[in-house]
Write a protein that binds this ligand. Structure first.
Ligand SMILES: Cc1ncc(COP(=O)(O)O)c(C=O)c1O
Length: 406
C-alpha cells in the first residue's frame, strides 16, 4: 500500500530514511539542482499507473482527479490559486509561453541577469524579431567572495521608460545566489513592468510567494527540488494577466467546452488551463503530484531550515580544508550565516588550481569510484543536497574531495 500523507512519518524522521528515499541505498547524491532521484511515493505512483494502464486502460483510474488536485497543491506552495497554474512540459516551455504570448513593440526592453540559464535567455533574445532590446546585467564577485548580480545593478538597468519585463531566476543555477524578489517585484509593480521568475531552483523548498513578491509569471519543471520525474512542469500566470498572455498553442483542452468535440467554440478557459492545449503527461504528473504531497507534508519552512543547515555545513567544510590546503576551495555561494537572505540549497565551489576540465574529472572520479554524484556548472563544482540528505554524506564527500584535490 503506498504511503499516504497521513501515514508518512514526521518530517524529522524522513531525514536519511532510505525506505522513503531509495537513492540513499546506493548514492551520496548532491545533484537535486540537476535531476533529482524519485522518492518512493513518486515511484509508487508510477508503478500503480503502469499496473492500472496495462490492465484496465484508463477505466479504473482516478488519475484526472489526482492531477487536478496537483494544481491546488503546487499553487499553495507559492501563494497562488489553482486557477493560476498550468501543467506544462518543462521550464523552458513555460518561459517561452510568456515570451511569445505577450504583445511586443519595437524599442521595448527586457532586463535579465547575464548568467541566467539558457532557457531564460533564448526566448527573450528571439524577440529581437519584434525589435525588442534585451539588456543583460553581469554577475560580479563581491568583496565578500560571493558571486551575485547586485540588486542595485538590476534596478538601475530596469529603470528606463521602455522596460516592459524583468526576468530572473529565483536561485541562479551556477552560483546558488537567491535573488531579492521582494525588492525587484515591488519595483516592477511600481513601474508597471512585468515580473517573470524562473523558479525551478526554489519552488517548494524556499519561501516563494507570488502575491507578496508581486510575481506575474513563474515557471519550473518538477525534476529538481520538487522531486518529480523529468518532463512534468508548472507555469503560474497571474489571473489578471491571463487575457493579456495569449496562448501560443491551442487545442481541445484549451477551451471551456473541452469534452464536447463537436461543439467548435473557441471560448478559452477562464483559468491557466487555457495554456494546456492537449493530452497531459499523465504518468509524469501523477508522480509529481505524489512528490508535491510529500513536500507539502514536510513543509517549506522545515525544508528551507534544513537546507540552511546543510548549506552551512558544506560551506564550513569547504573552507576548513586541512592546514596544508588552506586557500584551496573557495565558496562563491552565499552562506546562511553571513548572507541570510541570499543563500540557497546550492553550494558552488571554485579552486584556483583547477580548470573546468579538472573539476569535471573530479566529478567523474567521485561518481565512478565513490558513488558520489555532484555537478559542474559554470566552472564551479556544485553541491545540491535535499532536506533528506544526512550530514554524514556531506562529511564523507569533503573527506574524499580532499584526497582528490591539490
Ligand atoms: C535555472 C534553470 N532554468 C531552467 C532549467 C531547465 O529547464 P527545463 O525544465 O526546460 O529543462 C534549469 C536546469 O538546469 C535551470 O537550472
Amino acid at each position: 500500500m503506498p504511503p499516504t500523507q497521513a501515514t508518512l512519518p514526521p518530517p524529522q524522521d524522513l531525514i536519511a530514511h532510505a525506505d522513503h528515499f531509495p537513492i540513499l541505498q546506493n548514492w551520496h547524491f548532491f545533484n537535486h539542482g540537476g535531476v533529482c532521484p524519485l522518492p518512493r511515493v513518486a515511484a509508487d505512483a508510477l508503478n500503480s499507473y503502469t499496473t492500472a494502464a496495462s490492465t484496465h486502460a484508463y477505466l479504473h483510474a482516478d488519475w484526472y482527479r489526482r492531477i487536478s488536485r496537483l494544481r491546488s497543491t503546487a499553487a499553495s506552495l507559492i501563494g497562488a490559486s489553482r486557477s493560476e497554474i498550468a501543467l506544462v512540459k518543462n521550464t523552458s516551455q513555460g518561459l517561452s509561453f510568456v515570451a511569445n504570448g505577450l504583445t511586443w513593440h519595437p524599442g521595448d526592453r527586457i532586463v535579465l541577469p547575464a548568467c541566467e540559464y539558457p532557457s531564460n535567455q533564448y526566448p527573450w533574445m528571439d524577440l529581437a524579431r519584434h525589435g525588442v532590446e534585451v539588456v543583460k546585467v553581469p554577475e560580479v564577485i563581491g568583496p565578500d567572495g560571493v558571486a551575485r548580480v547586485p540588486t542595485a545593478s538590476i534596478l538601475a538597468a530596469a529603470d528606463h521608460p521602455r522596460t516592459r519585463l524583468l526576468t530572473i531566476s529565483h536561485v541562479q543555477y551556477a552560483s546558488g545566489h537567491r535573488a531579492d524578489l521582494h525588492t525587484l517585484g515591488q519595483f516592477c509593480r511600481s513601474r508597471n513592468i512585468l515580473f517573470n521568475v524562473d523558479a525551478i531552483q526554489s519552488w517548494g523548498v524556499l519561501p516563494l510567494n507570488v502575491q507578496e513578491m508581486n510575481i506575474d509569471f513563474a515557471s519550473a519543471d518538477g525534476h529538481k527540488w520538487l522531486l518529480g520525474p523529468e518532463g512534468a512542469g508548472l507555469l503560474y500566470v497571474r489571473q489578471s494577466l491571463q487575457d493579456q498572455l495569449r496562448p501560443t498553442e491551442l487545442g481541445w483542452l484549451s477551451v471551456v467546452d473541452d469534452q464536447n468535440y463537436s461543439n467548435i467554440d473557441l471560448t478559452l478557459k477562464p483559468t491557466a488551463g487555457r495554456y494546456e492545449c492537449g493530452t497531459l503527461n499523465i504518468p509524469g504528473f501523477l508522480a509529481l503530484a505524489a512528490s508535491v504531497d510529500l513536500l507539502t507534508h514536510v513543509s517549506t519552512p522545515f525544508i528551507s531550515q534544513r537546507l540552511a543547515t546543510l548549506t552551512s555545513l558544506s560551506t564550513h567544510l569547504a573552507q576548513q580544508g586541512s592546514p596544508a590546503k588552506q586557500g584551496g576551495w573557495t565558496v562563491v555561494s552565499p552562506s546562511p550565516d553571513l548572507h541570510p537572505h541570499e543563500w540557497s540549497g546550492a553550494t558552488c565551489l571554485t579552486h584556483p588550481q583547477l580548470s573546468e576540465q579538472d573539476l569535471k574529472q573530479i566529478a567523474l572520479a567521485l561518481r565512478t569510484h565513490h558513488q558520489i554524484e555532484t555537478a559542474v556548472r559554470g566552472q564551479r563544482l556544485r553541491l545540491t543536497p535535499h532536506f533528506y540528505t544526512p550530514e554524514a554524506h556531506i562529511e564523507q564527500l569533503f573527506h574524499i574531495l580532499r584526497t582528490l584535490t591539490p
